[in-house]
Structures are given as C-alpha cells and as structure tokens.
Design a binder for this molecule. Structure first.
Ligand SMILES: Cc1cc2nc3c(=O)[nH]c(=O)nc-3n(C[C@H](O)[C@H](O)[C@H](O)COP(=O)(O)OP(=O)(O)OC[C@H]3O[C@@H](n4cnc5c(N)ncnc54)[C@H](O)[C@@H]3O)c2cc1C
Length: 440
C-alpha cells in the first residue's frame, strides 16, 4: 500500500449542522481537523442580494426538480441554517432507536448549551398570536415553538431572519464552525469536494476543486456532510452505488389570508408558533417572510392580484411528511414528484390553514406553489450506513440530513446536531482504541 502524508486526523466536507458539530466535537478534543466548504465565510449582512448569491441561483446553488420546484439550501459556512427559521424541534427518538441510535444525552446536552427557548411575549408578532388563537379556537394544539435564538439580541420588527441574521441573534451552525476554528481546525472555503479517495477498501483523502485547480488532501477519517443533495453526489463518484434515490424533501406551501386592520406581519421571526398532526404527517406554523420573498411566492403562483398586500397578511406554512421517492440526477437537478398521498396531505393542510385564517377574520385565502426545504434520506442509515454512520468503506462516514432512514416531516436541525455530536464521540473513541492497540 502507498503511504500518503496524512496531515489531518479528520477531513469534514461541508459545514452545515452535520459537519459543524462533528468538526467542533473533534477539534475541542485536540484532533486536527480540516473543513472543506464550498461556500463563503463572509459576515452575514441580512440582505436579499447576499441571500440570492448564497442559495437562490436555480440549477446551481438551488437545485430544481424536473417539475420546476425549487429545493432551497444555502451554500455558505454554516450551510442552510443561515436561511433557516431556527425551530429547535424534538428529534424522532423512537424512530432512531429502531436503528440502534440513541441521541437522548446529546440532545439534553445541546438543550443545556444552546439558546433554545420559546419566543418571549415581547418579540411575538400580532399575526403569530392571532394564528395561534384562531387555531386553538378550532381545537388544534397550537403552541409557541422552541427556537434557536439569542433573544436578547433579537430585534423586534426586523425582517432579516430568512436572509441570514446580521445581529448574531439567530443561532446557526457557523457558531460551531467558529468554535472549531478557535480550537485549531482549518477551514478552506470555495473548495468543492468532488470525490473521496479510496484505497484498499478504506478512505484516505478527498479530491476537491478550488478556483479552477484540483487538489488532493489526506486524513485518517473522512466525514461527508455536504447536505441531502451534495453528499450522495460525492459518494456516488467515490464508488458507493444506490445513494441519492428514494428520498424526502418535506414539501411545503404557504396559505395566505389578508386580515383587515392587522399590522406588522413579515417583520418577525418565522415559525413562532405551530402544531404537528403526527399521524397525518402535516405541520402548520406561521411563516413570516420579508416582503420581497412574499412577492416572489405570489408571482411564482401567478397570484399577481395579491403582491401589494403585506403587513396585514398572515402566511401559514403547511409542511408535510412526503413519501420516499425520486432520484438525484445531479447537483442541480432532481427527479421528485408529489405522490397522490402527498397531495392529500397538502390538501388537508391547506384546508385546515384556510379554516384558521377565515376564523381569524380573513375574507378569502390563497395558496403559493410547493417548494422544498429539507432534502433528506439520500444516504440512509440501515441501507448505506451502519448505526455509527459509517459507509461500506473504512474511515468514511456521513453526517447530515441525508442519513435519516425514514421520512420525518419535521424540522431536522436539532436531530442532525445530535447525530454530529454522537459521531464525534464515536470517532474519538475509535481513535483512542487504535492508540491503545498501537501502544501494546
Ligand atoms: C427556508 C428554510 C427554513 C428552515 N427552517 C428550519 C427550522 O426552522 N428548523 C430546522 O430544524 N430546520 C430548518 N430548515 C432545514 C435545515 O436548515 C436543514 O435541514 C439543515 O441545515 C441541513 O443540514 P445539513 O448539514 O444536512 O446540510 P446543509 O445545512 O445544507 O449544509 C451542507 C453544507 O455543505 C456544503 N457543500 C455542499 N456541497 C459541497 C461540496 N461538494 N464540497 C464542499 N462543501 C459542500 C454547503 O455549502 C453547506 O455549507 C430550514 C430550511 C430552509 C431552506
């Protein structure tokens, strides 16, 4: 076997919640970590143009389905948590246990450490309060949702959440990347990883492209965390067959209603309140969007008559747990249809949202088209990964939204962070065992 200079203990590809939590966990225990991230590490400005440049370029940064539905993700340090609505949703512990995975301790630790709490009354938005009141009147168990937010820094009537918070109020995976870098991890940005270098059944390094040049770098362990669309692409080129098929995207649409006399929607944290119909696989929440994004949703659905309405509109998000189906054609194009069952769930959510809006005072409601925000299950535990998130190749692991073995239909970030903390602990333990064996 040839030997390569392994400069790092681990290479982590991608710096969303999956990659960031593994990189942080390893670096704080003295491991030499290299993070390869395709996006930038510029400060977040909270502007529409910066958001566009990080993720809203259809067909490249923003993958499209063959039916033209956008799949939203962010290509920047911290990944899609730059755009996310910061809901800290309880992981599906029961489902993970079926696959031999217990992250209850990791989640308890994260809950202690991170700014997870319900939004305080003084940051609540009138539209969110009205949505919650109306939903409860109709018998739905609508509650304030847990948020990853430093509420002392959160500015009332700010609309930047979805663009990326410029006030350091919205916790996102960059916080863990920054910590990893402070611990000594190296990050190379604008580095697009193409494939993993495999030798004798084990991963030994990765090949990446940066500013037109191809590089190879080597490490003891490789963790792929390029997200639900990015990771299967890299793994396929590295010799892992069958990934990128039969996955979910948690499709969502917005149902909107104009309420005479209501003021101040849009300029607020999205998803302050909501409820989950677990059996039905449908989740509803208020989803405040900056005005330009609301106009884009209207135009996308040809709702031209509604584009000028904004501050008196309640937008309700209907998100469903969709069936596993489809295939990733390449990094920018995905074949994924809405099945008849998915359509039924969307219809159910739309009907409930409409009733809530009418009950709240809307004269009529209208809906956006469907978009997708959580591509997952493209590299599944139990099929492509063992319970330690290891692939068929030694030293090659995956940790991000792609690993979920079943559709979830709930915000996945807290679960991914828990899996990342667990994987870091596993790799540290594995390294320790190898050192002990070498010493004897
Ligand atoms: C609008 C919106 C709102 C959301 N709201 C919530 C919410 O409230 N709560 C919640 O839990 N979840 C939410 N989500 C989902 C959540 O943000 C994602 O599920 C989560 O960020 C996925 O983490 P990940 O690590 O799998 O991938 P990502 O966060 O997408 O990270 C992948 C990283 O890999 C990098 N990368 C990709 N390809 C390569 C490559 N070839 N080489 C190097 N780097 C690469 C990317 O630049 C990126 O940094 C939301 C998503 C969206 C779009």
């Amino acid at each position: 076997m040839r030997t390569f200079q392994k400069e790092f203990d681990a290479i982590v590809v991608g710096s969303g919640p999956g990659g960031a939590s593994v990189a942080r966990g390893l670096s704080k225990n003295g491991k030499k970590v290299l993070i390869l991230e395709m996006g930038d590490y510029e400060p977040t400005k909270g502007t529409f143009t910066q958001m566009l440049s990080r993720g809203w370029i259809p067909g490249t940064k923003m993958p499209l389905t063959t039916g033209g539905k956008p799949i939203i993700r962010a290509i920047t340090t911290g990944g899609t948590t730059n755009f996310y609505s910061a809901c800290a949703y309880e992981p599906p512990f029961e489902m993970l246990t079926k696959y031999g995975i217990d992250i209850t301790q990791e989640i308890a630790d994260l809950r202690d450490e991170l700014p997870i709490d319900k939004i305080s009354d003084n940051l609540m938005n009138p539209a969110a309060s009205l949505f919650m009141k109306s939903a409860r009147e109709l018998g739905y168990d609508c509650q304030k949702l847990d948020k990853f937010i430093y509420q002392d820094k959160c500015i009332r009537n700010c609309h930047s959440c979805t663009y990326g918070c410029p006030n350091d109020a919205k916790w996102n995976a960059r916080y863990f990347v920054d910590e990893a870098v402070e611990n000594g991890a190296k990050i190379i940005n604008h580095a697009k990883v193409k494939k993993v270098i495999i030798e004798d059944g084990a991963a030994i390094g990765v090949e990446y492209k940066r500013r037109g040049k191809t590089y190879r770098t080597y490490a003891q362990q490789i963790v792929i965390s390029a997200g639900g669309i990015g990771s299967p692409g890299i793994l396929k080129k590295s010799g892992i067959e069958g990934v990128g098929r039969n996955f979910c995207t948690d499709p969502l649409l917005l149902v909107m209603g104009k309420i005479e006399g209501l003021e101040g929607t849009g300029r607020a944290v999205p998803m302050m309140t909501g409820f989950h119909l677990k059996e039905e696989g449908v989740m509803l929440a208020d989803l405040h969007l900056p005005q330009i994004l609301k106009v884009l949703f209207d135009v996308h659905a040809f709702n031209f008559g509604n584009v000028s309405d904004f501050s008196d509109v309640i937008p309700i998000m209907v998100k469903i747990r969709d069936d596993f189906s489809g295939r990733i054609i390449n990094n920018g194009l995905v074949s994924k249809k809405i099945s008849a069952e998915d359509k039924q769930k969307l219809d159910l959510g739309e009907t409930i949202a409409s009733k809530i809006l009418i009950n709240a005072g809307a004269k009529r409601t209208y809906s956006s088209r469907v978009v997708a925000a959580h591509p997952g299950g493209t590299v599944k535990i139990g099929e492509h990964l063992d319970k330690n998130l290891k692939t068929k190749f030694d030293n090659l692991y995956v940790c991000d939204c792609s690993v979920f073995p079943e559709p979830m239909g709930i915000p996945p970030t807290l679960s991914i962070l828990g899996l990342g903390a667990r994987l870091a602990a596993h790799l540290l333990e594995k390294g320790q065992t190898a050192n002990n064996l070498n010493a004897t």
